[in-house]
Every structure is written in structure tokens, then in C-alpha cells.
Design a protein. Structure first.
Lengths: 270, 75
């Protein structure tokens, strides 16, 4: 996270301290005879955080998707850059793209134009990115939002069940299972969508000839090297964590399912 | 999970209490089971019974499990 000003940094610190204080106060071990009240408050606070998270993630997802759809410039995060390229490009502080290297200062209408490459942060910036890039990026943003919303709602559902005094309910089991599969699909889907966006970008970059001043060996700023980094960036990154989280949630779902069956067996027992 | 099935077992607790001139509250005090649970058993709303409960009721009413439980003749 990058903070634009000291005020923003202080505000973020205060907000974080407030959240940690509330959590510590709520979850600090209390007297045994007050366990029921304490637990109720904990469930309520957790549910509140879950709802805020779900609402925030949904809102941010929609806003981000809208911005990607209408923005003139689209940023495509690329894979980690080489350090040598980063050091060379960092020297271009006077460039118009805030540290990036201007390749095509005059945008061509109707086609993708590279306005800068920030290899130090692994971001390529494109003016007038075509619909395919926008589609993949929007898909990635929406899948990520769906993933967070589903998990948060599942947590809220468990808290509601705990507050009702009966956590082992069929709807809770169903939510656990659904959220597990959504997590798997959205987690892997978001990675695939980002890889799709990168693939389109790399394809468009490699098809576009570099201006003569940027071609090796007369490349004074290492732009050709940076572009090689860009063209190597299409290789999809596979992060297996959605599979792990999915399996963990399926296991939790099985636990809740067993609990539901036990409750049913005990229900009506004299 | 198998579907919930209606039990065909009914209890004769009401008849046994009546013949022995005992109330549900008195039986509750003897066997140590709440009146609510005994009422559930009496009205055939129980879905399971512990052996310990069955033993205590049979001892209190001087009967056998067969006297207390039977298969519903109407099913």
C-alpha cells in the first residue's frame, strides 16, 4: 500500500489501531460466568466486520471494474522485474509517466500505445488499451471481489448461526461448501484472467516495432531490455493457495455436516 | 444424510401413570428426568430414548420396556 501524504499514513494508522483495540477488547479472555455475553459480543463484532468486508469488497470491485472500463489508460501489473532493469529505469525521473519510460508520446487512434513501463514496480501502462485487455482485467477484479464477498458472507452466516445458539444447521453447511467452490473458482479464475490480460499485452507489445532510438545497441535507457522483460511476462503465475483454502473450507463443511447430523440424532432424545 | 422418518413406536406412559395413580411431576422427581422431556415421551414426540431413562421409568412404574413401548398398531 502506498500513502500519498503523511496525513493519509497517520489516518490509516489510527484506523488500524482502532480496529485492533476493538478486537482486543472484544476477544480478551473474560470471566467464565460472563462467557455467554462475551461470546455473543464477539460473534456480533465478527459479523459486523464480515459485513463491512463484504460491502467494501463488492463496492471496490464494482468501482474498479467501472474505472478499468472507462479509463483512458490501463495499468497491467506484470511479473517481477529484473533488478538491473529497475535501476536503469529509475533514473528516468524526468519522464512524463512518473518514473516510466515514454516510448510512444503521440497516441495512435484505435490501437494500443505504450506510454510507459515502470519495471521497478512491474507495471506496464497502456493508453487506449483494447477491449480484450480491459475484459480480462475487469474479470480479474470482479472474481477477486466475488471471492472476498463469498467468504465474508459465509463468516457472517456462521456468526448468525452461533448467535442463534445452534451453529450446526444445514444452511451453514451449504454456505461453507458453496464458499469453498467459489473460492477455488474465483481464486484460480482471477489468476487466469490476469494471465489473459498479460498475454494480450505482450502480444500487442511484441507486434509493435520499437522506435529506432530505443533499439539496441543504441538503447540509452535499457528500454529494449525492459521490453524483453515485458515479453517474458506472459508466462502465467500459478499460485495454489485457492486450492488449499478450498480444501480447508470443504473440511470445515464436513465438520459442520457431522455436527448437523449429531444434532439431529440428539434432537428429541429423552 | 438419510431422510427423516416418522417413528412407529408409541409409548403407553399415559396409561401406565393413570393405572398407578401417578402424575408426570411425581414420576419426574423419581426418575430425575425433566417434566418437559417426560411430556415429550408421553405425547409420542420423542425420537429416541436413553437406556438409563428407560430403566429408571420401568423401575419407577414397575413395568418392562415392552409395557412402556409398542409398535403403533395403526401403521
Amino acid at each position: 500500500m502506498v500513502f500519498e501524504s503523511p496525513v493519509a499514513l497517520i489516518a490509516a494508522g489510527v484506523a488500524l489501531a482502532a480496529v485492533i483495540t476493538v478486537v482486543l477488547l472484544a476477544f480478551w479472555p473474560g470471566r467464565y460466568d460472563r462467557a455467554r455475553i462475551l461470546n455473543g459480543n464477539r460473534y456480533r463484532i465478527t459479523r459486523l466486520f464480515a459485513f463491512i468486508t463484504a460491502a467494501g469488497a463488492g463496492l471496490v470491485g464494482v468501482v474498479d471494474a467501472w474505472q478499468i472500463a472507462i479509463a483512458e489508460t490501463v495499468r497491467v501489473p506484470l511479473r517481477g522485474p529484473g533488478l538491473s532493469i529497475a535501476s536503469e529505469l529509475n533514473d528516468l525521473s524526468a519522464s512524463p509517466t512518473n518514473g516510466g519510460a515514454p516510448l510512444h508520446p503521440e497516441p495512435a487512434t484505435g490501437s494500443i500505445v505504450i506510454v510507459g513501463i515502470q519495471a521497478d514496480v512491474g507495471v506496464a501502462e497502456f493508453l487506449g488499451a483494447d477491449p480484450a485487455v480491459r475484459f480480462w482485467l475487469i474479470l480479474q477484479v470482479l472474481l477477486t471481489a466475488a471471492l472476498i464477498v463469498t467468504i465474508a458472507v459465509a463468516v457472517a452466516r456462521v456468526c448468525t448461526a452461533l448467535l442463534s445458539g445452534e451453529p450446526f444447521q444445514k444452511p451453514v453447511t451449504t454456505w461453507m461448501r458453496v464458499s469453498a467452490w467459489v473460492f477455488l473458482g474465483a481464486g484460480l479464475g482471477a489468476q487466469a484472467a490476469l494471465a489473459g490480460a498479460r498475454a494480450v499485452v505482450v502480444d500487442q507489445v511484441t507486434q509493435r516495432p520499437l522506435p529506432a532510438e530505443f533499439q539496441e545497441p543504441g538503447d540509452p535507457w535499457g528500454i529494449a531490455g525492459a521490453l524483453r522483460f515485458v515479453t517474458n511476462s506472459w508466462v502465467p503465475e500459478f499460485n495454489p493457495w485457492p486450492i488449499g483454502v478450498c480444501l480447508a473450507r470443504l473440511a470445515l463443511s464436513a465438520v459442520f455436516n457431522a455436527g448437523t447430523r449429531l444434532r439431529r440424532d440428539v434432537d428429541g432424545l429423552v | 444424510m438419510p431422510p427423516e422418518e416418522e417413528s412407529e413406536i408409541v409409548t403407553a406412559l399415559g396409561e401406565l401413570l393413570e393405572t398407578r395413580g401417578m402424575t408426570l411431576v411425581e414420576l419426574s422427581e423419581i426418575v430425575g428426568v425433566s417434566v418437559v422431556n417426560l411430556s415429550i415421551l408421553k405425547n409420542n414426540r420423542a425420537r429416541a430414548i436413553r437406556f438409563s431413562t428407560l430403566t429408571a421409568i420401568c423401575r419407577a412404574l414397575d413395568c418392562t420396556p415392552g409395557d412402556l413401548l409398542r409398535l403403533d398398531p395403526e401403521t
